[in-house]
Structure formats: C-alpha cells, structure tokens
Design a protein. Structure first.
Length: 64
C-alpha cells in the first residue's frame, strides 16, 4: 500500500514538473533520439526503432 502511495505521488510530481519551461514531451524526445541515431550512422529502420523504444518507455514511466 505504501508503494502505491509513493508511485502516485511520484507521478503527480512528474506531471507538475512537465509544465515547467525547458521540459520536452515524450514525442519530442523520441524525435531527438531518432535524429541522434541517424547522425551516428544507423539506418532509418534502426533509428525509428530507437525512437519508438524511447517513446514507449517515456509514456510508461513518465520520464525521458
């Protein structure tokens, strides 16, 4: 029960911080990851996969 309360408080804090100036959305982060992978020489499919993995992780955890 204590863990559930901690997780709910953590999520509320992250959402409050999301409105701060200078934060990026999960989608923006995924695009940056994809662009970085392309710059490192990864192909389009690999870069897209890395971007999608970042997006999934970000949406689940609320953190980039």
């Amino acid at each position: 029960m204590l863990l559930l309360g901690y997780l709910m408080a953590d999520r509320a804090l992250m959402r409050a911080q999301a409105g701060e100036v200078g934060t990026i959305t999960c989608q923006q982060g995924a695009e940056l990851v994809k662009a970085g992978a392309l710059k490192k020489g990864l192909g389009e499919a690999g870069a897209s996969s890395q971007g999608e993995n970042f997006l999934s992780s970000c949406l689940v955890t609320g953190r980039g």
